[in-house]
Design a protein around this ligand. Structure first.
Ligand code: OAD
Length: 226
């Protein structure tokens, strides 16, 4: 069994999704901010967005949807969770085996020396871009994946392997608009897995999956898993 999660699973924890109602930060789409080009042009703006997101995430707690997936990991030994989320709420809920397709918002990486710094949840938020400097003097960037960048080594291949071998794939709280992660769903179908979607709204996947459950993942997942 595989679960692929997206921003929707954290919506009930108070973290805004990227698309859909309330999804925009000011008037920017994520595709305008989460790119190497946007950071080159305006690192202050991009850092401001990430620090705002870190602040929101720092105040958030996992919800019933995250906990249901912890239960699934506990009871099914052949279970893989792949998440597009960078918020760390699956970790906080207690999931242990997590394939992080888009990295982790709490990591900074130095553009000069490549060093990675792990920020502490809640404490390490910065008010000003001048503080985003490595010990070597280089500029720090958020260490997660941006549009146009490759996914972390092994993350995509682990998720693909899991999906190829799966009987059942749960697709939870994702618009399935961003590739290559979204490609895991057609791969699952080609590989013969049943696919269940859990989403508040109809998505481009809804017509293609075996079962589409409409509602909040925090309501649906505990019942589904029970
Ligand atoms: P999106 O914001 O694109 O989609 C969120 C989905 O969650 C939508 O389909 C909503 O209908 C659904 N949703 C909202 N609340 C829900 C709830 N309580 N229960 C169930 N579903 C709910 O988020 P992602 O698909 O995760 O990437 O976005 C994919 C990637 O785009 C992100 O990882 C990020 C972003 O740009 C990068 O930054 C590289």
């Amino acid at each position: 069994m595989v679960a692929l999660t997206g921003a929707g699973i954290s919506a009930e924890s108070g973290i805004p999704t990227f698309r859909g109602a309330g999804g925009l930060w000011r008037s920017f789409r994520p595709e305008e901010l989460a790119t190497p080009g946007a950071f080159r042009r305006n690192p202050d703006l991009v850092w401001e967005w990430y620090e705002w997101r870190r602040g929101v995430i720092a105040a958030a707690q996992p919800n019933a949807g995250h906990f249901a997936l912890v239960e699934l990991e506990r009871t099914k030994h052949a279970f893989t969770m792949a998440t597009q989320n960078v918020d760390g709420l699956h970790d906080l809920a207690g999931s242990r085996r997590i394939v992080k397709l888009h990295g982790d918002i709490w990591i900074d990486r130095c553009l000069a020396c490549g060093r990675e710094l792990v920020r502490e949840h809640a404490k390490d938020t910065y008010q000003h871009h001048s503080e985003h400097r490595c010990g070597c003097g280089g500029l720090l960037r958020p260490g997660l994946v941006w549009f146009g960048e490759p996914l972390p080594e092994n993350a995509l291949s682990s998720a693909e392997d899991a999906v190829r071998g799966a009987d059942l794939v749960l697709v939870i709280g994702t618009s399935a608009a961003v590739y290559p992660a979204a490609g895991l769903v057609p791969l699952a179908r080609q590989s013969g897995a049943r696919v269940i979607e859990v989403n508040l709204e109809e998505t481009t996947l809804s017509a293609e999956v075996d079962v589409s459950l409409r509602g909040k993942s925090g309501d649906i997942l505990p019942k589904l898993i029970a």
